[in-house]
Design a protein around this ligand. Structure first.
Ligand code: DON
Length: 303
């Protein structure tokens, strides 16, 4: 299959959709991004990296970081985290507070904000520098030592993160945080504010297409852990739209409000698409369309 030609075609096919939806502006630092951009990159499990459009332009990875903090915690201490966070779809928006109180401070899954705060808290306990650990992993796996935090976005999120702060305090009130609320929030905001390109993220996600095998050939996750991260991505990675994403794309995926989405074809490749304008559930409109096109045309899907 000529992947390069396919990606060029997909970029042309989604062009009419570019700008459809809204750029996230509840984090003011994200609101200024030009909505009409689009990039796509595919990293083959054992081979080259392809790309089209703005595939080498860095963007704010936001919630995509949650996959890597979860993988780090699982790699360090296995299943213990599942005593503090469930792994069911929430059926509520990613920043909803309602369910957290109704379910006694145990978040529905590690990809909604409350669940990610618990994972970051555990990573902070294990490493004393959760955001630094996520950054180091992403630098190594992408092969790009320049991956780093956009300080302007991190500061903007901290200044406007009232919902996340209330979630973190709610978690603390139920005894589901081990570190001070401010420390957990700082590391969570910093991991979300990392800047990477589609190429960087496709490469960084490749261990999930390789049964957990990292870029240096060592086992970062076990095959079973890798399968399970992919399973949680499939059921919870695109929040309230996970059903529609499974229907249209048919792959484990994780979105971020910066407009990026990573997706994994186990055994074959990892993919990252980016286009900043989002649909109502916080997923990139052109990004989902591009992934739909990719799996429809290749037939590569977990179904
Ligand atoms: O905490 C937040 O609201 C953002 N830093 C991340 C949210 C996000 O990316 C949700 N994704 N679609």
């Amino acid at each position: 299959m000529d992947i390069q030609r396919l990606l060029d075609d997909i970029a042309a096919t989604v062009e009419p959709l570019l700008g459809e939806g809204h750029v996230a502006d509840y984090i003011p630092g994200l609101g200024a991004v030009a909505p009409g951009q689009f990039g796509i990159s595919v990293a083959m499990a054992d081979g080259p990296v392809y790309g089209a459009g703005d595939w080498q332009r860095p963007f704010s990875i936001q919630s995509i970081s949650k996959v890597f903090s979860l993988a780090l915690v699982l790699s360090r201490e296995g299943d213990a985290i599942w005593r503090r966070v469930f792994r069911e779809p929430s059926g509520t928006p990613f920043n909803s507070l309602v369910q957290l109180e109704a379910e006694n401070g145990i978040p529905r899954n590690p990809f909604i904000n409350a669940g990610a705060l618990v994972v970051t808290d555990r990573l902070q306990t294990l490493t004393r520098d959760a955001a630094g650990a996520v950054t180091a992993l992403l630098r190594t796996e992408s092969g790009n030592p320049a991956v780093g935090v956009d300080e302007r976005v991190a500061a903007s999120e901290a200044a406007n993160g009232h919902r996340n702060a209330s979630m973190a305090h709610m978690l603390a009130s139920y005894g589901n945080l081990e570190n001070p609320v401010d420390e957990v929030l700082e590391h969570y905001f910093r991991q979300c504010a990392l800047e990477m390109s589609c190429a960087d993220l496709a490469l960084a996600s490749r261990f999930l297409a390789r049964n957990g095998v990292a870029s240096d050939g060592t086992a970062f996750l076990s095959p079973s852990q890798s399968k399970r991260v992919n399973a949680v991505m499939l059921t919870c990675g695109t929040y309230d739209a996970a059903g529609e994403f499974a229907y249209r794309v048919g792959l484990p995926g994780k979105s971020g409000v910066g407009g990026g989405i990573i997706a994994v074809v186990p055994g074959k490749c990892s993919i990252c698409v980016w286009s900043p304008a989002l649909g109502p559930n916080g997923n990139s409109v052109a990004g989902v369309a591009a992934l739909d096109e990719f799996t429809t045309r290749t037939g590569w899907s977990v179904f």
